[in-house]
Design a protein around this ligand. Structure first.
Ligand code: ADP
Ligand code: ZN
Length: 217
């Protein structure tokens, strides 16, 4: 069973790897960031609540985030594995997931952590462009779309995320080191932790991740 957490700082390449993993292993992609962005785009009560927090680079409350994930993980398509991307992001979220996993029959059994130095994260995020329609991610120099400003997959016009600016990114990195990095020790303690070097390039990184996932299957 592949009940996976994909973790790493903003800009580590989680989104890119997540898309490849779900295609190769046929498991649902559960990205809390995508779920929040969808709620914002639709103007739901959750979206209205989360908008300002997210755009400034802050973290949505544990209570809201845990509730959202519990609901999503309980759905039938997660029975045969899932890939969590962007959750958990705090120790209380990890504790909540640890308690809910067995309760809903979906305990996490693998944690993949991709690390990248700060200077590179800043460079990647400031050049990042995303597709608002299908979620595909590009970079103005490293991963250009075939036609500038246009999504290769669905043809929509690419945008820059509102939180991909210098100030919000600074907050996101601070939150990452203060709140999310402690999860490394937590999952090492659980015996679930696997580290990957995010500087090797997205193709090599995917090969390494696949090897780990195949060994665990
Ligand atoms: P990143 O590129 O920073 O990894 P994500 O797309 O995963 O971005 O998340 C975007 C934003 O959504 C975060 O900066 C945060 O405001 C909010 N968010 C996503 N996941 C969580 C979570 N698990 N807990 C709290 N806030 C979250
Ligand atoms: Zn697209």
């Amino acid at each position: 069973m592949l009940n996976i957490i994909l973790m790493g700082p903003p800009g580590a390449g989680k989104g890119t790897q997540a898309k490849k993993i779900i295609d190769a292993f046929h498991i649902p992609h559960i990205s809390t960031g995508d779920m929040f962005r969808e709620a914002i785009a639709k103007g739901t009560p959750l979206g209205l609540q989360a908008k300002a927090i997210i755009e400034s680079g802050g973290l949505v409350s544990d209570e809201i985030t845990v509730g959202l994930v519990r609901e999503r993980l309980s759905q039938p398509d997660c029975a045969n594995g899932y890939l969590l991307d962007g959750f958990p992001r705090t120790i209380p979220q990890a504790e909540a997931l640890k308690a809910m996993g067995p309760e809903i029959g979906r305990p996490v059994n693998l944690v993949l952590d991709v690390s990248v130095p700060d200077e590179e994260l800043v460079r990647r995020i400031s050049g990042r462009r995303v597709c608002p329609k299908c979620g595909a991610s590009y970079h103005i120099t490293d991963m250009k779309p075939a036609k500038e400003g246009t999504c290769d997959r669905c043809g929509a016009e690419l945008i820059q995320r509102k939180d991909d600016n210098a100030e919000s990114l600074k907050t996101r990195l601070e939150n990452y080191y203060a709140s999310t990095a402690p999860l490394i020790d937590f999952y090492q303690g659980e015996g679930l932790y696997h580290h990957f070097d995010g500087m090797v390039g997205h193709v090599a990184l995917f090969d390494q991740i696949v090897a780990t996932l195949k060994a665990a299957q």
